[in-house]
Design a protein around this ligand. Structure first.
Ligand SMILES: C[S@@+](CC[C@H](N)C(=O)[O-])C[C@H]1O[C@@H](n2cnc3c(N)ncnc32)[C@H](O)[C@@H]1O
Length: 202
């Protein structure tokens, strides 16, 4: 998560959120979910953004890993607008939820195209405003950049996980194809360092 912060990933997500909320009346409460939230870093940044800009927000972090959720809760005691739940996004419970905005950072690359398409189709039906995706660009240079960064990382698991994630990342054409399959107009922008910001707006 720190790597994400250093490389500007969280700031990018907050910026896109600001964009999709442009026409939203501030007095109307927003339900924003971060799926695959890990330790909840992004939602704490979103909470700060919401407070600073006068939004009423109900923020829900979801992750299938209970240890990540327990830690996210521990880190978020000062944020009453935030809650965290252990939940698999493919569960029945998830399908019954509704949101204004769904955030997915460094998360969707975990899934193969077909399950991802049906997940996005369903989640779009449950979402009023937008799904905001921030994920890795699959690129040889990104792989070597991460290898270089690995010099500063002691934990071998983090290094291997990072390299595998880059290999599972997206090409722009993958995102275009998925957007066509789910029949939405989406905005795809490339950001340093090897990130795609993909806004699927309704
Ligand atoms: C690479 S981490 C990203 C964490 C965070 N979004 C970030 O940007 O730092 C991916 C997270 O997705 C979670 N995850 C994987 N499969 C999941 C599923 N089916 N439902 C919910 N969470 C899942 C993992 O437990 C992990 O915490």
């Amino acid at each position: 998560e720190n790597i994400n912060r250093w490389l500007g990933g969280n700031a990018m997500t907050v910026k896109s959120l600001k964009k999709v909320l442009k026409n939203h009346p501030k007095e109307q409460e927003l339900t924003i979910a971060d799926i695959g939230c890990g330790h909840g870093d992004i939602l704490r940044d979103v909470a700060k953004f919401g407070r600073k800009n006068g939004y009423k927000m109900k923020l829900i972090g979801m992750d299938a890993n209970p240890t990540a959720i327990a830690y996210a809760k521990k880190l978020s005691t000062e944020f009453s607008e935030l809650s965290f739940i252990t939940e698999d996004i493919f569960s029945k419970e998830f399908k019954e939820r509704t949101f204004d905005v769904v955030l997915a950072t460094l998360f969707l690359h975990h899934f193969k195209e077909d399950p991802l398409v049906s997940f996005l189709e369903n989640t779009l039906k449950q979402t009023k405003i937008a799904i905001v995706v921030n994920d890795l660009h699959r690129h040889t240079l990104a792989y070597y950049l991460f290898m270089l960064l690995s010099v500063f990382i002691k934990n071998k698991m983090i290094i291997e996980d990072g390299l595998t994630s880059v290999l599972r990342g997206f090409k722009r054409k993958d995102l275009v194809k998925i957007s066509q399959r789910i029949q939405v107009k989406s905005q795809i922008s490339w950001k340093w360092a090897f990130r795609f910001q993909w806004i699927i707006q309704k």
